[in-house]
Design a protein around this ligand. Structure first.
Ligand SMILES: [Zn+2]
Length: 148
């Protein structure tokens, strides 16, 4: 596959690794995965912005890692147990991680708002609507199920 971009980065908690973008795939250190979220989020954006935002997004996942665990706190406090509930909470946690990684891009990429104001695609809007609902659903179910 063609390497589109390769960047050596260092996270605030001291991890040093290489981010590599290939055709629809990203490699963070040794972790190789399809660029699913980035595909929806960067749909129709100019190439230059897309590459920079994707690099920042992947770095954002590592930068935000400790904070994403906060998603478990309400579940932990309500005393969830059992594989199914933990599975639902973990699914929500992964989606919340997308939100945090993208928040990192938002704060780091100077022209973020400008870029999306010019060329946001309905596919990107639909993606975000879906993500927000999916992040909130496990929390809402938890509130509904917990005794008053
Ligand atoms: Zn992501």
């Amino acid at each position: 596959m063609i390497v589109m971009e390769r960047r050596r980065v260092r996270s605030w908690h001291g991890l040093e690794f290489t981010i590599e973008l290939q055709n629809g795939w990203a490699k963070i250190g040794f972790f190789f995965h399809p660029q699913l979220a980035n595909f929806f989020m960067r749909y129709g954006l100019p190439e230059k912005d897309r590459v920079e935002m994707e690099i920042l997004h992947e770095l954002g996942h590592i930068q935000m890692f400790p904070f994403v665990l906060a998603y478990y706190i309400p579940f932990y406090l309500s005393g969830i147990s059992g594989g199914f509930e933990i599975g639902i909470a973990t699914a929500g946690m992964f989606l919340f991680w997308e939100v945090l990684a993208e928040a990192y891009v938002f704060f780091k990429y100077r022209t973020y708002i400008e870029v999306y104001r010019k060329s946001i695609h309905p596919i990107t809007l639909a993606f975000w609507a879906g993500i927000f609902v999916a992040v909130l659903v496990p929390l809402i179910v938890l509130i509904l199920l917990s005794p008053a």
